[in-house]
Write a new protein. Structure first.
Length: 160
C-alpha cells in the first residue's frame, strides 16, 4: 500500500524530500554519537554544567532521529539504519574529541550550523512538494536550534 496515494503528494517531488531527510538522518546519527562522546569525556571547571547539557543535547538528537526516520517512512521511503552507511553519507564526521571546558560547545555549534543548513534546504524541498508536515517538523527544529545557537554563542563570547 502506498501512503503517498492517501497523502495526495507527488512521488517525484517527495522523493527529493526523502533523500534530503535520509542525509539529515545520517548526520543526526553522527551528531548524536559525538554528543555522547562529549558527555562521557568532558573535563574541566564546567564539568557538571556541560555534562548535563551534552546529555540534554543527545536526548534531543535521539528524539529527532526517530522523528526523521518515521517521517521518511510516512513518505514511502526507507530510512537507513546501518551506521556504516551513515558514515559514508554523513557530512559530519565521527569526532573522538575529548572536550575540555567549552571546546566541545564550539564543536556543537559548528555541527548545528551544518544541520540547520540541511534543514533549511528540506524546508525548501518540502515546500515545493506541498509537504506541509515536513516543513512544520523542520520549522520546529529550526526554532529550537536557533535558540540553542544563541545560547551557545553567549556562552562562548570572549572565550575564543
Amino acid at each position: 500500500m502506498k501512503t503517498l496515494d492517501y497523502l495526495h503528494l507527488d512521488n517525484k517531488k517527495v522523493n527529493n524530500v526523502v533523500n534530503a531527510l535520509n542525509q539529515l538522518l545520517a548526520d543526526y546519527q553522527v551528531f548524536y554519537t559525538n554528543l555522547r562522546g562529549f558527555h562521557w569525556n568532558v573535563k574541566g571547571k564546567m564539568f557538571f554544567g556541560l555534562h548535563a547539557k551534552y546529555e540534554a543535547y543527545y536526548n534531543d538528537a535521539a528524539e529527532k532521529i526517530d522523528e526523521i526516520a518515521e517521517r521518511i517512512l510516512q513518505l514511502g521511503g526507507t530510512p537507513e539504519n546501518r551506521f556504516s552507511e551513515y558514515l559514508k553519507k554523513a557530512t559530519l564526521k565521527e569526532d573522538g574529541f575529548k572536550p575540555a571546558g567549552t571546546e566541545g560547545m564550539k564543536k556543537v555549534l559548528d555541527d548545528l550550523s551544518v544541520l540547520i543548513k540541511q534543514e533549511r534546504e528540506i524546508v525548501k524541498l518540502a515546500g515545493e512538494a506541498e509537504d506541509e508536515v515536513t516543513v512544520a517538523l523542520m520549522d520546529d527544529y529550526l526554532a529550537s536550534q536557533e535558540k540553542t545557537v544563541w545560547m551557545i554563542a553567549a556562552l562562548l563570547e570572549n572565550k575564543d
